[in-house]
Design a protein around this ligand. Structure first.
Ligand code: NAD
Ligand code: 6OD
Length: 493
């Protein structure tokens, strides 16, 4: 396999504001999760730069961007997608450098979805339509009501580190096709693909101030400066539920619209009617993809008691067959976690699980490589059994490669147990019984239910979570709704 090509611009990641790549007075280091070594220096947007960016974005609303038709904006978004395609390997290298994930995953998940997000919303935006109501008052007056959409204004988009390009473009594409201007704050852990994306917007000729990238942290830094700025018109956020709550408080005074995609403690249910082999492979995928660092990952698995022992044994074998290692190794299934700090958090949960009485079926610690990776953020894919549903490890999001398997006896019981969490993002059902699948899906308190698969996406469908897992839905028309203001025009005829 070829070594990934890393553009020089990523050694010193600058912010992108008002059509220019800018440095700031403060920098921070970006470290590789593979071996803990420093890989880049990043310029952190301070309060003055955030303020300048907000004003540039506001000004851009009434400039050439504001005068463009939706078709013209769609051409520009497709052009950005073309540039990502042309620089595909660089984007892959950027994601791999920051996250340590296997190259094939960066290709098929992050960068593929970056392109797909841009193209999908460019096309969907052109189909956005309003409503029309004809009515008659008691005196016979006839009214024609129709709705018009306009941009919300300056949108702040704050994204996490787990799927950097995917998350950022998932928000940027609909926000821009609707005519808004955008201030993106990628995670401090993953500045690289956002910097490359800014290069793509620049090269595509998107007018200055329309798309901006502000690097930095959250609290007392760029994220907080952005969400507390009174000239921001809306905030779209993906990240932890606690951060969502903090952001909600920051924007409360200005009553700004928010769209939140937050954490999860997702359950999978394996019924005795399941295709056993498909379910085992499915759980391996839904629990360990991206080292368990996908909000949709399964951390709780409920398996019918009649197949429980057999299932645990098969999952152990399948989990132990996963190869944990370097991103460039084509046979590797799992890379490191995002950082040494996150590794400590996940290891803390691994210790806690044992204190809470878990039986460690496999994993539970750190793999040994006897090379530089021993300084990296690797942990073993881990399977537990034996915990009560009330254990902290059954209630709190670990966001690592861990899952717990519990037996269940009947359908009503398992629905109640799967829903017994403060989160409500996703659930997976494994069953060949169609009636059972529909019956159970209807009772899951989550934003998305997958039946006999996991994380296959149609971008026109609503995506989001219930309870602590989010607020609002994005995807297809739901995104166009969030990123637009609607005005009703009522005409007396
Ligand atoms: P995080 O909440 O720590 O950070 C997310 C972003 O918010 C980062 O850019 C961070 O700098 C910024 N931030 C942090 N504090 C802030 C503040 N006070 N004000 C403004 N910005 C602030 O989350 P993370 O650790 O980067 O990501 C992992 C979490 O994201 C997990 O909980 C995961 O489930 C969740 N997630 C959810 C979805 C979803 O679609 N529901 C998708 C991906 C990740
Ligand atoms: O698939 C998507 O559109 C999406 N927003 C996925 C988020 C995954 C969370 O980690």
């Amino acid at each position: 396999m070829h070594a990934p090509v890393l553009p020089k611009s990523l050694k010193h990641c600058r912010c992108y504001v008002n059509g220019e790549f800018v440095k700031s007075t403060k920098t921070f280091a970006n470290y590789s999760p593979v071996d803990g070594k420093q890989i880049a220096v990043v310029y952190e947007a301070d309060e003055a730069l955030v303020d300048y960016a907000v004003h540039s974005a506001k000004k851009a609303l009434s400039g050439p961007w504001g005068a463009m038709t939706v078709e013209q904006r769609a051409v520009l978004l497709h052009k950005v997608a073309d540039i990502i395609e042309a620089r595909f390997d660089e984007f892959v290298a950027a994601e791999v450098m920051d996250t340590g994930r296997p190259v094939h995953q960066a290709k098929t998940l992050d960068v593929y979805r970056g392109i797909h997000n841009l193209r999908t919303f460019a096309d969907l935006g052109k189909q956005a339509h309003g409503e029309m109501f004809e009515s008659h008052l008691p005196d016979g007056t006839q009214l024609l009501n129709y709705t018009r959409r306009s941009p919300v204004g300056v949108v702040a988009s704050i994204s996490p580190w787990n799927l950097p390009l995917l998350s950022l473009t998932w928000k940027a594409a609909p926000a821009l096709i609707c005519g808004n201007t955008l201030l993106c704050k990628p995670s401090e852990e993953t500045p690289s693909s956002a910097t490359l994306l800014a290069e793509a917007f620049h090269e595509a000729g998107v007018p200055p101030g329309v798309f901006n990238v502000l690097h930095g942290f959250g609290k007392d830094s760029t994220g907080e400066f952005l969400t507390s700025h009174h000239e921001i018109d809306a905030v779209t956020f993906t990240g932890e539920s606690g951060t969502g709550s903090t952001i909600m408080q920051a924007v409360a005074q200005g009553v700004k619209p928010v769209s939140f995609e937050l954490g999860g403690k997702n359950a999978a249910i394996v019924f005795k009617e399941a295709d056993f082999t498909a379910a085992v492979q499915g759980i391996v995928r839904s629990s360990f993809t991206n080292s368990g660092q996908v909000c949709l990952c399964t951390e709780r698995v409920y398996v019918h008691r009649s197949i429980f022992k057999q299932f645990v044994a098969a999952l152990k074998v399948a989990t132990e067959a996963l190869k944990v290692g370097k991103p460039n190794d084509p046979d590797v299934n799992m890379g490191p976690l995002i950082s040494l700090v996150h590794k400590e958090k996940v290891l803390g949960y691994m210790r806690l699980a044992e204190e809470e009485g878990a039986v460690v079926v496999t994993g539970g610690g750190v793999p040994t490589f006897n090379d530089e990776r021993d300084y990296g953020a690797y942990v073993q894919p881990t399977v537990w059994t034996g915990l009560p549903d009330t254990a902290r490890c059954m209630q709190e999001e670990v966001f690592g490669p861990v899952c717990h398997i519990s037996p269940f006896d009947d359908e009503d019981e398992v629905i109640q147990r799967a829903n017994n969490t403060h989160y409500g993002l996703a659930a997976v059902l494994w069953t060949e019984n169609l009636s059972q699948a529909h019956r159970v899906a209807a009772q899951m308190k989550v934003g998305v239910v997958w039946v006999n698969h996991w994380f296959a996406r149609d971008l026109r469908t609503p995506f989001g979570g219930q309870k602590l897992s989010g607020l609002g839905r994005e995807g297809g028309a739901y995104s166009l709704e969030f990123y637009s203001e609607t005005t009703n025009v009522s005409v007396r005829i």
